[in-house]
Every structure is written in C-alpha cells, then in structure tokens.
Design a protein around this ligand. Structure first.
Ligand code: AMP
Length: 214
C-alpha cells in the first residue's frame, strides 16, 4: 500500500507516518528529513537548500523529485511507502504518479490531515525532536521528560528546527496555501482523497487514518 499524508506544516504528518512505520512495516519517505540530512552532512545540494528551508520556502521540484526517485529505486520491494511532505506542488504530484506507474505501483490513498491555522502556530513553536530517533515532543502536550532522556531511545539530544519559528511558519503556511493546497482538489478529482481531523489526540488521529486505509 502506498499513501500520501497531506497537510500543512504542523498537521502531524511526521508523527503519524512514524506510527504507520512501527505498526505496518511501511517505509516513510520524508523529503524534509532527506533535505535536513543533506544539510547536516554538508553536501553541495544541502548547502544550496539551507537558506531556502530556513526562510520557509519550497526547494525546487527538480531537487525533491530527484531525492524521491533515488529512494524509490533504493527501497524498491518495500511493503509500502508513506510519502510525508511530498508532493507539495502539482508538478511533484504528476512526477510521483509517473514514478509509481514506472515501478508497477499504485497510489492507494491520499490522507488529508485537516487542522486549523491557530493550532499550527501553537504546535510548531512548541515542537522539539529527539535527534537520534526522531520522536516528536511538544512543550505543552508531550513535554520532554524531567530526566532529559527520550523514553524511546534513551538519548538526551533534543533539537528544535531552525524553521520552527513564527516568521518561517508564516512563509511555510503561505507556501502551503499557494502551492500545496491545490493538491487537495487534484487528488479529490482522481478519487484518491480521504480527510481526517488532525486536531484530535494522536491516537484518535491514528485510528481515523487506520479507518480510511481499511
Ligand atoms: P518539512 O520537514 O516537510 O516541514 O520540510 C521542511 C522544509 O523542507 C520545507 O519548508 C521546504 O523548504 C523543504 N521541503 C520539504 N519537502 C519539500 C517538497 N516536497 N518540495 C519543496 N520543498 C520541500
């Protein structure tokens, strides 16, 4: 099964993707994670995209489509892919469709995670992530434990993203509404779209996703 998690920054795509990986043995393909990895390993491409990402703008279609193509070629044979943060433009959506067809794969479902914009600002500015394992924490709803260690992996290396500030978030939200939200109509017209309430608790959102995937 191949699915897309679609929604604005802070909708909970990464959190739900990680749950699906744990529970269903699927492979998460997050272009945001791939770009951050390229930055921290200091590749030419990583250097090129750093400022664009920090400002909250989208990097070029060519770069992200290239990253996804490489991963699909490397991971071919997985039990299913979760596309997280990709596609973000109509050109990326077309390219993904073509890539899947060329691999003899289908897109089974696009899950739109609906949230309101005020909640996004609150979620994103309170967000921290465990560096080694990627577990997501939130100062209000899921604080970092008092002993300063991640219960999932035991590490004490929590990070805040450079673009998780109010100014970048406004740019990211604008990019979402201008460039990504047309994908809701695109996938609706293709008959692939299912919507869930992304504002519910993490477990309730997971249950709604399980229901639409059943
Ligand atoms: P994310 O982790 O998905 O919030 O992505 C972080 C940043 O990486 C975005 O604000 C963009 O600058 C860049 N990015 C991630 N995925 C894409 C994509 N599919 N297309 C263009 N830019 C992307």
């Amino acid at each position: 099964m191949n699915i897309i998690l679609l929604g604005p920054p802070g909708a909970g795509k990464g959190t739900q993707a990680r749950k699906l990986v744990d529970e269903r043995n699927m492979v998460q393909l997050s272009t945001g994670d791939m770009l951050r990895a390229a930055r921290s390993s200091g590749t030419e491409m990583g250097k090129k995209v750093a400022a664009v990402m920090d400002a909250g703008n989208l990097v070029t279609d060519e770069i992200v489509i290239g990253l996804i193509r490489e991963q699909l070629e490397a991971d071919n044979g997985a039990s299913g892919y979760i596309f997280d943060g990709f596609p973000r433009t109509l050109a990326q959506a077309d390219a993904l469709g073509e890539l899947l067809v060329s691999m003899g794969e289908n897109l089974d479902c696009v899950v739109e995670m609906q949230v309101d914009d005020d909640a996004l600002v609150e979620r994103i500015t309170a967000r921290a992530t465990c560096g080694p394992c990627g577990e997501v924490y939130n100062d209000i709803t899921k604080p970092i434990p008092a002993d300063g260690k991640c219960p999932k992996c035991g590490a004490a290396d929590f990070q805040r993203r450079a673009d998780d500030n109010e100014e970048s978030l406004r740019t990211r939200l604008m990019a979402y509404y201008k460039q990504t939200s047309p994908l809701v109509g695109y996938y609706y017209a293709k008959g692939d779209l299912k919507s869930v309430d992304g504002l519910a608790s993490m477990d309730d959102v997971a249950a709604s996703i399980a229901k639409v995937l059943a």
